[in-house]
Design a protein around this ligand. Structure first.
Ligand SMILES: C[S@@+](CC[C@H](N)C(=O)[O-])C[C@H]1O[C@@H](n2cnc3c(N)ncnc32)[C@H](O)[C@@H]1O
Length: 452
């Protein structure tokens, strides 16, 4: 193992503690809780290294599970230990993979938590030995990890037979992507296992691309501007370490999400509804582009509070902006009957397009969620259409790559509403880089104009 790879890439927190806390997070996901929830409960000092490890494990969980099944005949009835096994196996496989200098990614990949092979084994075994409820499994863990190192080639060859271990997504998800994208399904699944870039949207009211690029350069943070108004950092960093965060110069927002506000035709003075607004990324963008009378609606009060905080940081709060916690689909609960010039319907979805940023999503969703979510989307947009003025527009958006929430939903909406005229919009955006460009997240956009 060369020096560069023998050091932990992320933090000085002990790897034993990181493994134990990461396993608690993996356990949470296996129990159906999201990583944002479980990471919030992780001690602050461990949160960064644990997030790095657990995100990585989520991207290798199918393989780790398969390896565990091959090596451990009967898993002990201890869910925490089971998760420690999964975390250790995922880390160990990566450690061995990148210790091979013939691997073309050997020096290029620094987006995985990388430790020396012997460090992973020692620290995992120490971690278990130090816990009263786990120490009885120390021998089993040691034997399993060493067995994996010995038999890795044969084990990986056998794991290739199982698509879940190859693509690290549930079987039903692989089938959905394959059916929808017969030519690109493998590339899409592979892309979902790589971290997304850190992309910023410039707040045109406070900063410019040129100014931010100059500040980033001065701070030694390489960055580029692939499209107007956006800056992509070469390396993701904590927001507060990047120049201009407190001053509201920019917001973190993916390239695909940045298209929403420019697709909805808005001009100064218009009445606009952002119907599923929280945490306010697109609300803020709309307000950066034009002086609007805007109502930001969301069904979740805690998330809605974040809209207010974000607008405050960006200097976009004004008496013309109001916020309301309500179910967008239940007009009787919030609508005063005055129609809007433009409505943004960035509806709840399976989030299948943002898996690279939320790698737990694939393991949390169930196939039936697609149908349930599509039904909710339909209820929301059918109600919202009544709030659009004749001559006005509604932009339908989801961060999904499943057609049931994208093109199929938009096409069916067009059939149900004879007064809806479909306008030019990108349709399905896929998280695949073309010609060396930066890939945005998976998104769907359909724009409708209401007949006069
Ligand atoms: C995709 S997120 C919106 C992201 C947001 N537009 C942004 O750019 O930051 C979907 C939002 O819809 C909200 N939501 C879910 N069901 C809703 C409903 N029935 N009515 C209004 N909002 C709803 C969720 O709380 C969530 O904040």
């Amino acid at each position: 193992m060369p020096d560069t790879a023998s050091k932990p890439t992320r933090s000085s927190a002990s790897l034993s503690d990181t493994i134990l806390a990461s396993a608690k997070n993996v356990q949470a996901v296996l129990d159906g809780r999201s990583l944002s929830e479980s990471l919030a409960a992780t001690p602050a000092a461990l949160r960064a290294p644990v997030q790095a490890v657990v995100f990585h494990v989520m991207r290798r969980l199918g393989l780790a599970y398969e390896i565990k099944q091959m090596l451990v005949q009967r898993t002990p009835p201890n869910a925490w230990f089971d998760a420690v096994l999964l975390v250790s196996l995922a880390l160990l496989d990566t450690a061995v993979e990148f210790s091979d200098e013939t691997n073309p990614d050997h020096t290029a990949r620094r987006d995985v938590p990388l430790y020396a092979v012997h460090t992973v084994v020692d620290q995992a075994v120490n971690a278990v030995a130090g816990q009263r409820t786990l120490q009885t499994y120390k021998g089993l863990l040691n034997a399993t990890l060493r067995g994996f190192i010995r038999e890795r080639k044969a084990i990986l060859a056998q794991a290739k037979e199982n698509p879940v271990a190859v693509f690290n997504h549930p079987k039903w998800w692989i089938a959905q992507v394959r059916r929808a994208y017969p030519k690109q399904w493998q590339a899409l699944l592979a892309a979902a296992n790589r971290p997304g870039p850190m992309t910023l949207r410039i707040n045109a009211r406070r900063c410019s691309v040129e100014k931010l690029l100059a500040e980033l350069d001065a701070a030694g943070m390489p960055a580029s501007s692939p499209v107007p108004g956006a800056v992509v950092l070469a390396t993701p960093r904590p927001v507060t370490s990047v120049p201009g965060f407190e001053q509201g110069w920019w917001s973190v927002q993916d390239l695909a999400a940045q298209q929403a506000a420019t697709l909805l035709p808005v001009q100064a003075g218009m009445r606009v509804l952002d119907a599923c607004a929280a945490p306010g990324g697109k609300t803020a963008h709309l307000l950066e582009l034009a002086d609007l009378e805007l109502l930001a609606l969301d069904a979740d009060q805690i998330r809605l509070d974040r809209v207010g905080q974000n607008l405050q940081r960006l200097g976009l709060n004004s008496p013309k902006v109001s916020m309301l916690c309500a179910d967008a689909a239940d007009l009787s609960g919030w609508w005063d009957g005055r129609q809007f010039d433009a409505v943004l319907a960035d509806v709840p979805c399976t989030a299948s397009g943002i898996v690279r940023r939320h790698p737990d999503i694939r393991w949390l969703r169930r196939e039936a969620d697609i149908v349930k979510t599509a039904a909710l989307q339909r209820r929301i947009i059918d109600a919202l259409w009544q709030t659009v003025k004749p001559g006005g527009h509604m932009l339908y958006a989801t961060c999904s790559i499943f057609p049931q929430e994208g093109e199929q939903q938009a096409a069916q909406f067009g059939v149900r509403h004879a007064d809806a005229i479909r306008q030019q919009a990108p349709g399905q955006l896929l998280p695949l880089a073309e010609g060396g460009q930066v890939a945005g997240d998976g998104f769907f956009y359909a724009l409708f104009a209401k007949k006069l």
